[in-house]
Design a protein around this ligand. Structure first.
Ligand code: GDP
Ligand code: MG
Length: 163
């Protein structure tokens, strides 16, 4: 069985930036418009000699809040179904939002490993800001900066541990 890592989270938390860093691909277009990446993107990644597929679940439809939330819900449910591990990306600069809580509610039912990734921890002094994410009830928090790559090694060590 191929190992698949799905990146989920609400728009603008840095999913595509993380995807690009993991896959070193330019297929997921990161641009200034949050949530405009419509399709799911699949790319190949490798860490300590272990190969895996990464899915960027940026594909959110536009429309009413209900449609929007339903689309995120679908992405999360597909990820739980299809992935070997799920990276739940949250944003340390905004903290927990209602959508984060809703996604966490879905993920807590997952039998697959879920890694809570506090992104945008660009400097050491922001590390303590991510403590609030423990209240999502999904265990350990991995502080990373997708922009600089800081923390991604520790995250990947644990993600691939069971591959
Ligand atoms: P997505 O909607 O979840 O796919 O988020 P994107 O990857 O498109 O990123 C949304 C915005 O956050 C972009 O302006 C990124 O440059 C920015 N961003 C992503 N990762 C980081 C990070 O680690 N630190 C900072 N400061 N900004 C980031
Ligand atoms: Mg995106």
């Amino acid at each position: 069985m191929a190992n698949i890592v799905a990146i989920v989270g609400r728009p603008n938390v840095g999913k595509s930036t993380l995807y690009n860093r993991l896959t070193e691909s330019r297929k997921a277009i990161v641009d200034d418009f949050s949530g405009v990446t419509r399709d799911r993107h699949y790319g190949q990644a490798e860490w300590i000699g272990k190969k895996f597929t990464v899915i960027d679940t940026g594909g959110f439809v536009q429309g009413s809040d209900d449609v929007f939330e339903a689309a995120i819900r679908d992405q999360v449910l597909i990820a739980i179904e299809e992935a070997s591990a799920v990276l739940f990306v949250v944003d340390v600069t905004t903290g927990i939002t209602d959508l984060d809580d809703e996604i966490a509610n879905l993920l807590r039912r997952s039998k697959k490993p879920v890694f809570v990734v506090a992104n945008k921890v660009d400097s050491a002094k922001q590390t303590h800001d991510s403590a609030e994410f423990y209240s999502l009830g999904l265990g350990e928090i991995y502080n990373i900066s997708s922009m600089t790559g800081s923390g991604t090694g520790e995250l990947l060590d644990d993600v691939v541990a069971n591959f």
